[in-house]
Ligand binder design. Structure first.
Ligand code: ZN
Length: 353
């Protein structure tokens, strides 16, 4: 089996990102499925590895260069700046935001140089990226005007449509939830739920399910926006005016899309298990039930990018940072491990292996 080379960005150095990267890189399932290289500040990672008893790390210039046995390779993207503190566990700082974003930009560039160029053998690039969590507040302090990774990577790669999907393997099969609107105020949701956006999301989702996840004929379920999916127009008109026409056009194009379904009953009765993915109209409509079902084993994947990108579905957990050690404790790397395994699976499909 071909083991793809994946870049693991460290995220905000003041959170649990570096710790879950260090732990995930040592996981047996990860080692079987992929080769990994950390991307971020080598100084910070080496220091945290030592303090947490999760070392050693080995700085490399070329991501394809393997570290000595037992060590994790890290591609240094600089930081901390001269005179600046390297990191401060639990704090929201501009330096932390800047470090996190430098790593994401570098990893994305490595991916863009890799896919289609023959992978790591041609040009020392990587086959996909897995991003540890960053702090939206910290990247704001560092001068970045993005709500998160997804939006930054869309701008950086020039992707027309990106779809944020949360995925988890459950006893009833894979649960995948895609979002029509992502990080926007709830008051903005109704005007952003347009026929065009719903169609773009469903098309991007279906194409990515085929290409990256091996689902040949994707069946999609689409949720309504209003309670009871509008109840025949009594509780809101978006279903009749926008969602139904969008689904009609998609069906005419041969896409298997069902709905709009009332969102409340949809998850409780496990109706989702009859579909390959569920399309939710807004963040909490999809993610609240998802997180209740996935129980921390969820993975975030961005579809529609030219590159493979996944991430754990937790945040920086500033309150937990720095608590772990060689005897255990600290941050649970479970979601990071799942994110690496999913990225490896997607990258292998793109590599044709
Ligand atoms: Zn979110």
């Amino acid at each position: 089996m071909t083991r793809p080379l994946l870049a693991l960005t460290l995220g905000d150095p003041n959170g649990i990102g570096p710790e879950v990267v260090l732990k995930a890189a040592r996981d047996d399932r990860v080692r079987e499925a992929a080769r990994v290289v950390a991307v971020g500040s080598a100084t910070v990672l080496a220091d945290q590895a030592e303090r947490l008893g999760l070392g050693p790390v080995h700085a490399v210039q070329d991501p394809a260069v393997a570290a000595p046995p037992g060590a994790l390779a890290v591609l240094d993207t600089g930081g901390p700046g001269a005179g600046g503190a390297a990191y401060a566990w639990g704090e929201t700082t501009a330096a932390g935001g800047a470090q996190a974003m430098a790593a994401v930009a570098r990893a994305c560039d490595l991916c863009l140089g890799g896919l289609g160029a023959g992978g790591p053998e041609a040009g020392g690039a990587v086959d996909g990226m897995v991003t540890a969590p960053l702090s939206k507040e910290a990247i704001h302090l560092a001068g970045y005007d993005f709500p998160g990774h997804t939006e930054f990577l869309q701008a950086w790669t020039g992707a027309e449509t990106v779809v944020m999907v949360l995925a988890s393997e459950t006893e009833r099969g894979p649960l995948r939830v895609a979002l029509v609107t992502i990080h926007v105020p709830i008051s903005a949701v109704p005007r952003l739920v347009t026929r065009g956006r719903i169609a773009d999301v469903c098309r991007t989702l279906a194409a990515a399910l085929r290409r990256d996840l091996g689902v040949e004929t994707p069946r999609l379920a689409v949720l309504g926006l209003n309670p009871h999916a509008g109840d025949g127009g009594v509780i809101g008109g978006e279903e009749a005016a926008t969602i139904r026409p969008a689904l009609g056009a998609l069906r005419a194009d041969g896409l298997d899309v069902a709905g709009p379904f009332p969102a409340d009953a949809f998850f409780g009765r496990a109706a989702w298990s009859r579909f390959d993915a569920v399309v939710a109209m807004y963040h909490d409509q999809g993610l609240a039930p998802f997180k209740a079902i996935a129980q921390g084993a969820g993975v975030n994947v961005t579809l529609g990018l030219p590159i493979v990108r996944t991430s754990p579905d937790h945040g920086t957990a500033f309150d937990l940072a720095g608590r772990g050690g060689p005897q255990g404790g600290g941050a649970d790397p479970g979601s990071m491990v799942e994110a690496v395994l999913l990225a490896a699976q997607m990258a292998r499909r793109r590599m044709g292996g």
